[in-house]
Design a binder for this molecule. Structure first.
Ligand SMILES: Nc1nc2c(ncn2[C@@H]2O[C@H](COP(=O)(O)OP(=O)(O)OP(=O)(O)O)[C@@H](O)[C@H]2O)c(=O)[nH]1
Ligand SMILES: [Mg+2]
Length: 242
């Protein structure tokens, strides 16, 4: 299976070289597309230099910071145009361990349409998080599962592999959400078209370098969107097939 790992970056100069080195080592047959939004800290230049060293790395430079969801939409569109069979999401801050890439791709090989690196199934872990961050994530996930009849334990997770054709079936180009909302919307849409979703346990560690781009706006956006999608699902009577 030809796989493309899409890495969104905004000011990840401290992390990107290490991410690229470890991802290439873990999955030498997968290619990488860094989607950088003109990071002022020079992330794109570092990615290009490391790409020349390890090979298999392309950098898409976009003119302005346009959000995580939009970076993945652009990266996946390009990956599909280039004929990849599998498209992956991974953060570029080493919260996701590149060594787990092959386990996610294996799940696609065994028939999944979407493989999610999950923190909320046995074997999954978030060792660094304080209780309030755990609670927000856990209850946010429970709320999404109930509102959307979504049989997924970690719908906000951002370490994933998609079979290319399922991205066509969910009409990726019409997805609008960003941040956590983007992750939930993608899982919800895959479920609605009857795609097989498999969760693979992962450990999620806090970034050691660089700064987080997540904000309370993104959390509020996700909650509002989940509520709206849940209401819409009830009004139209469309539910994920079981
Ligand atoms: N291209 C692009 N990448 C982004 C944007 N916002 C965030 N990213 C990248 O998306 C990934 C996840 O963002 P983070 O800021 O780490 O968010 P998070 O992992 O949910 O939150 P933390 O756990 O606090 O780090 C990182 O690789 C970021 O550099 C954006 O607007 N454009
Ligand atoms: Mg992060």
């Amino acid at each position: 299976m030809r796989a493309l790992i899409v890495l969104p970056t905004y000011n990840e100069a401290d992390n990107i070289a290490e991410v690229l080195r470890r991802a290439r080592a873990a999955a030498p047959s997968a290619d990488i597309l860094v989607v950088d939004d003109s990071s002022p800290d020079g992330t794109a230049e570092i990615a290009k230099a490391m790409g020349a060293e390890v090979g298999g790395v392309d950098v898409l430079s976009r003119p302005a910071k346009s959000g995580l969801g939009s970076a993945y939409r652009d990266g996946f569109r390009i990956g599909r145009e280039r004929g990849y069979d599998a498209l992956m999401e991974m953060d570029s801050d080493l919260s996701h361990d590149p060594a787990d890439i092959p386990r996610l791709l294996d799940a696609l090989d065994r028939g999944a349409d979407l493989a999610i690196g999950s923190r909320y199934i046995p074997g999954g872990q978030i060792p660094d998080w304080p209780w309030h961050r755990r609670a927000l994530s856990k209850y946010g996930n429970r709320y999404s599962a109930v509102m959307l009849s979504l049989d997924v334990h970690d719908a906000t997770a951002g370490f994933r592999a998609y079979r290319s054709d399922v991205l066509g079936r969910i009409h990726l180009e019409t997805v609008r959400a960003d941040g956590y909302g983007f992750q939930i919307e993608m899982a919800h849409r895959v479920a609605l078209v009857g795609g097989t979703i498999v969760e693979v346990p992962i450990q999620f560690v806090d970034r050691r370098l660089g700064t987080s781009k997540m904000s309370s706006r993104i959390v509020v956006e996700a909650l509002a969107l989940v509520t709206w999608w849940g209401v819409k699902q009830r009004l139209t009577g469309k539910k994920p097939p079981r």
